[in-house]
Design a protein around this ligand. Structure first.
Ligand SMILES: *Cc1c(COP(=O)(O)O)cnc(C)c1O
Length: 492
C-alpha cells in the first residue's frame, strides 16, 4: 500500500513518506486506501501491546519486512515504559481512562516518538539515504521533549526543537533545556506555537535551503504529528484498548465504544478515526478542545476560522489554532479530492478561514466537538479527585469535562474510552491549584512531593531526573531568526 499527498502529487512508499514527513507539494501523506484489521477482536483481546503493534502497523507500513518492523517495535516498547502494559486502562467515575503517559517523558507523545527514530533510521537504510537526517520540530511542549529523548545520540541524526518561550509549562521547559546528547539543539522562540510551526513548515518548503543542506550532507525530516511514522503507532493503542476491555469483560467483542480525545493538532483523534475505518467498533469520536475552540466551532458550523485571539491555557499542548492533521480529514470528506482540499488549504493560508460544503459536513457525523473552559477544566480535576482520589492532568481533564457535557446533552451511555494524554506531574502547579489554592506558594518540586502524597502515585523518574539536571540549552531567538539558528547549529 502506498501513500499519496492530500494535495495531489505522486505516490510514495511508507518508508519514503516517513523520511519526507511532509509531501513536496505541502500536503500530508495519506494511505491510498485504509486497510482493514485482519485479526478478530477476540484475537486482539489475547495480544499484548507489542503483538498488537505489529499486527496493526504491518497493515500501514507495508514496505517494512516483518523483521524490520518487529525490531522497531521491540526496541520502542520496552523498559522505557514504567509498566509492561504500556498503556494501562483505569476505570474511574463512569469512564475508562487509557493512560498514555507511562513512557520516558510522561506524555502521550512517547507512544509514537519512542518508535519514530527506529522507523526513520530503518527507512533511511531501506532508501539508501547517506545524508544525516535533521529532525526539525516545533513543539507546544510535549513533542519536543519526547522527540529529544527518542533521537538523542541516535547516529546519523540531529534534532532541532523550537518551542514558544513563554508558552510551555515550567516542567516542560526544564525537561527540554536539560536534554543531553551531542546531536540535540533546543531553542526558545519569541512567539507562540503557531509561529514556531509556521517557521518550521516554511523551512521544510524552502527548496533553496534543501539544496544548501544537501551540499552539507544533511536532509530535513519531521517528528511532528503530521508524519505517518507518528500517526501509525497511535492507531495501535485504540486497538489494544479495545482488546483489553474485551479481555476484562467490560464489553463484548463487537460492542461499540466512544473515544474521547483531548485535541490540539488533531493527530491523536485522527488515529482513532483510522482505527475505526480499519474496522474497530468506535461509534463517536468526541473531540475535546480547551478555550482555543477552533475545532468545536468547525464541527458546529462547518467554518474553520483561525482568526481569533490565541489563548494561553493550562493545557498548553492543546493551545493550537491550526490543527495540521485536520487536513487529512478534510481531504477524506472532500471525497479524496486533492484539488478541493488544496483550494481550502490555500484559503486557510491566505485568509485564515475556509468553509466546507453541506455535503462534506454530512460526512462528519461520526464526530462530536465540544470544549471546556479553564474554570470547567479545573473543576473537573477537583471533582474527579474528590470522587476517586484520582488526579487528572489538565489535558485529560478537558476531555473528561467534555465527556460529561456530551453525556448530559445526548444521554448516550456507550462505554467511553477517555484518552489520558499526560501525567499530572507534568502540570503540577495547575493541577494542585485546581484541587486547592493553598499550595500555590510552593516551588514546583515541593508541589511534586505534595502531589505524590495526595494521589498515592510515586513521582515518575522523568521528574526526579530534572530536579538537579544542569541547563544545557540557553538559545532564544525571534520568529524571523529560526533559519539562522538552524544553520548555525549545523555549521553551515
Ligand atoms: C500533544 C498533546 C495533545 C494533543 O494531541 P494532538 O494529537 O495534537 O491532537 C493533548 N494532550 C497532551 C498532553 C499532548 O501532549
Amino acid at each position: 500500500m502506498n501513500y499519496k499527498s492530500t494535495r495531489g502529487g505522486a505516490e510514495v512508499t511508507a518508508s519514503q513518506a516517513i523520511l519526507k514527513g511532509l509531501a513536496d507539494d505541502g500536503g500530508l501523506f495519506v494511505p491510498a486506501e485504509i486497510p482493514s484489521l485482519d485479526h478478530s477482536l477476540e484475537e486482539f483481546a489475547a495480544m499484548d501491546y507489542r503483538q498488537t503493534a505489529y499486527q496493526v502497523m504491518k497493515l500501514f507500513l507495508t514496505d517494512f519486512t516483518e523483521e524490520e518492523l518487529k525490531y522497531c517495535i521491540d526496541h520502542a516498547y520496552d523498559s522505557k515504559f514504567d509498566t509492561p502494559e504500556i498503556a494501562p486502562i483505569r476505570k474511574k467515575d463512569g469512564g475508562f481512562y487509557m493512560e498514555l503517559f507511562h513512557g520516558s517523558t510522561i506524555a502521550f507523545k512517547d507512544m509514537a516518538l519512542s518508535i519514530l527514530p527506529y522507523l526513520l533510521t530503518t527507512s533511511a537504510r531501506k532508501n539508501q539515504v547517506s545524508n544525516d537526517i535533521v529532525i526539525l520540530t516545533a513543539t507546544s511542549g510535549d513533542t519536543g521533549k519526547a522527540a529529544l529523548a527518542g533521537f538523542a545520540d541516535v547516529s546519523g541524526t540531529k534534532i532541532i526543537v523550537f518551542y514558544p518561550k513563554d508558552g510551555v509549562s515550567p516542567i516542560q521547559q526544564r525537561q527540554m533545556v536539560t536534554q543531553k546528547g551531542e546531536n540535540t539543539f533546543v531553542v526558545g522562540v519569541d512567539g507562540n506555537f503557531d509561529d514556531c510551526q509556521t517557521g518550521v513548515k516554511k523551512m521544510f518548503g524552502d527548496k533553496k535551503l534543501a539544496e544548501e543542506l544537501a551540499a552539507a550532507g544533511y536532509q530535513f525530516s519531521s517528528a511532528n504529528s503530521i508524519n505517518i511514522g507518528r500517526l501509525t503507532p497511535q492507531i495501535v493503542y485504540y486497538v489494544y484498548a479495545y482488546g483489553q476491555l474485551v479481555k476484562r469483560g467490560e464489553i463484548k467483542a463487537g460492542d461499540p465504544i466512544n473515544a474521547v480525545v483531548p485535541t490540539g493538532n488533531f493527530g491523536n483523534i485522527l488515529a482513532a478515526y483510522y482505527a475505526k475505518l480499519a474496522g474497530l467498533p468506535i461509534a463517536k469520536l468526541i473531540c475535546a478542545s480547551n478555550e482555543n475552540k477552533v475545532l468545536y466551532d468547525f464541527f458546529s458550523t462547518g467554518v474553520y476560522n483561525k482568526n481569533r485571539p490565541f489563548v494561553l491555557t493550562n493545557s498548553p499542548s492543546m493551545d493550537i489554532l491550526i490543527s495540521s492533521n485536520l487536513e487529512r480529514l478534510i481531504y477524506m470528506i472532500a471525497g479524496n479530492d486533492a484539488d478541493k482540499n488544496s483550494r481550502l488549504m490555500k484559503e486557510l493560508g491566505e485568509k485564515g478561514v475556509y468553509q466546507i460544503t453541506e455535503e462534506m459536513k454530512a460526512r462528519l457525523s461520526d464526530f462530536y466537538g465540544n470544549y471546556a473552559t479553564e474554570e470547567e477544566t479545573g473543576a473537573r480535576i477537583k471533582s474527579m479527585y474528590e470522587a476517586e482520589g484520582y488526579v487528572l492532568d489538565t489535558h485529560t481533564a478537558v476531555a473528561s469535562a467534555v465527556y460529561e457535557k456530551y453525556r448530559a446533552e445526548t444521554g448516550d451511555q456507550t462505554t467511553a474510552l477517555i484518552v489520558s494524554t499526560a501525567s499530572p506531574y507534568k502540570f503540577t502547579r495547575s493541577v494542585l491549584n485546581s484541587i486547592d489554592g493553598k499550595y500555590d506558594a510552593m516551588t514546583d518540586f515541593e508541589m511534586a512531593d505534595t502531589l505524590s502524597s495526595l494521589s498515592k502515585v510515586p513521582i515518575p523518574a522523568a521528574i526526579e531526573e530534572i530536579r538537579t539536571a544542569p541547563v544545557l540549552h540557553k538559545c532564544v531567538c525571534g520568529v524571523s531568526e529560526m533559519e539562522a539558528m538552524v544553520k548555525s547549529f549545523l555549521r553551515m
